[in-house]
Design a protein around this ligand. Sequence first.
Ligand code: GDP
Length: 297
Amino acid sequence: MAFEGLSERLQQTMQKIRGKGKVSESDVKEMMREVRLALLYADVNLKVVKSFIKKVSERAVGQEVMKSLTPGQQVIKVVKDELTELMGGEQSKIATASKPPTVVMMVGLQGAGKTTTTGKLANLLRKKYNRKPLLVAADIYRPAAINQLQTLGKQLSLPVFSLGDQVSPVEIATKAIEHAKEQHHDYVLIDTAGRLHIDENLMDELKQIKEKVKPDEILLVVDAMTGQDAVNVATSFNDQLGITGVVLTKLDGDTRGGAALSIRAVTEKPIKFVGLGEKMDALEPFHPERMASRILG
Ligand code: GDP
């Protein structure tokens, strides 16, 4: 599983405090020193670490622990609660438009896994939620991007809307939505262009699409393995375009966990899905509480 390092370190720390019948302030201090190091080692954003440590420390020396019959376990519960909160608390589900189709713009930098995730999400929507998604090939710049989506569509037996690479992405998106209405698709997933870096052209084009199609959801796809870079990318996209959620890909290869633990707190936008492999079924809704439990063991 992802972030073994963090998990192992935190579990060792929690082990020391678990059975304690009395938890002193210095026990908490010692524990928090270790938690802080574990989080920093996992590449969690410094500000996020500081605020997390402050919150847990306050609660861990407070009434709820002191009055508890099992203070050691109560402290661990505080850590788990705050980890869950850090990752967004409640699960944040994909939007559903009151009037179909729900329009989802998939955005991100090249290589993050955007096209793959578009296919995976369509697959998940159909399989798990019984939806009828339409995939839209609107990345007209990257050679083979359209082909890649069409291949995924074939593999999944899902339709892909394309007008080739000579028509503007705004027009492709608009026509795709008309087509979706006629064909009674309830989700439209628009695979937009990615670039190697965030630049004005990329953002302008995405803003134009957003303006025109008024998406219900703008999902930013970022690569978890890039750690704090992923957080910076998310911040930029959010500031410039406004996103509604994040898909964190390649969590299967992320040994640290910094992005997963920082993105929500830094951008205030929820992680909605996580990618856990290259296969088409390797996408899962993100559950903060389950993730916190997995990390703490
Ligand atoms: P795009 O340029 O953002 O559209 O990126 P692609 O969808 O082409 O993906 C880039 C590479 O990342 C491909 O080799 C994908 O198979 C791989 N990839 C995408 N998501 C995941 C994931 O969750 N886990 C792993 N291990 N690989 C992934």
